[in-house]
Ligand binder design. Sequence first.
Ligand code: UDP
Length: 313
Amino acid sequence: MPTTVVTGGAGFLGSHLCDYLLEKGHKVICIDNLCTGRMANVEHLAKNDNFLFLHSDVSGFIQVDGPVDYILHFASPASPIDYLKLPIQTLKVGSLGTHNALGLAKAKGARFLLASTSEVYGDPAVHPQTEDYWGHVNPIGPRGVYDEAKRFAEAITMAYHRTHGIETRIVRIFNTYGPRMRIDDGRALPSFLSQMLKGEDITVFGDGQQTRSFCFVSDLVNGIYRLLMSDEIEPVNIGNPEEISIQDFAKELKELTGSCSKIVHRPLPVDDPKVRRPDITKAKACLGWEPVVSRREGLTKTIAYFRGELGLS
Ligand code: UDP
């Protein structure tokens, strides 16, 4: 039975990964400082003998007893309002936290997988984004704290691979949604749904013509597991290439929720990417992976979850 450490395991993606790994027969050690993660995301695992929760900040030191086979480094604030509120913690977990997690991988002889992001492409000048695009990031803008932390994390991951021969994998995660997103995490989907379900105005930033491509969490977790078990050292995009403008996304959600809320426009945040869509040619070729959940199906499940969170179901 392999032992797998998931840093940030009580977060949105981390907790779905814990579930998936347990289903695949792993023993899971979840480490989280609960800065943006929540115990509620993993409390259903509390009685599982193969699950251990450690309340700890990976930017300090990571203490794990016994053998470890895999480390999935997912700890980090990940929504724009979270990392704008926690800029130094975001830089620390991307740099010091990644260093510590790689150090643990070296000490244990474990395979390491880094949760990187489409934000390494910044406001992209190449569309859709392929893994060989180096990106267009403003290092000193407010978003730079996340983008540069993840770019550094990729660099140190490759350095540990090249210098110490650690087995490493890097996933570049595009916008993902599903149950367990925090309703107040400020991202488009939770904000819009909470506004619609409460009958408030829907705040579309800018003219709403900027685009994103939304992947349902079960597809993402499946892609990450395939990458973990593959031989691919260099970064792989995992995301759903179906692109939509934020204005149309708000309208689609309005239709699905039957909401009467009206769309209002607010200023576009600084350095907000104008377009984003993954090129998943590499994931298809190397991992035999592509998303299977349609946006309508994924959104229906997510709306049901948020209704429950707001006590409306
Ligand atoms: N956005 C919006 N209204 C909101 C929250 C977000 O119009 O209440 C926009 C945001 O400006 C961006 C897109 O939705 O263009 C996706 O934002 P999100 O925070 O979900 O993630 P990002 O892809 O920017 O990291």
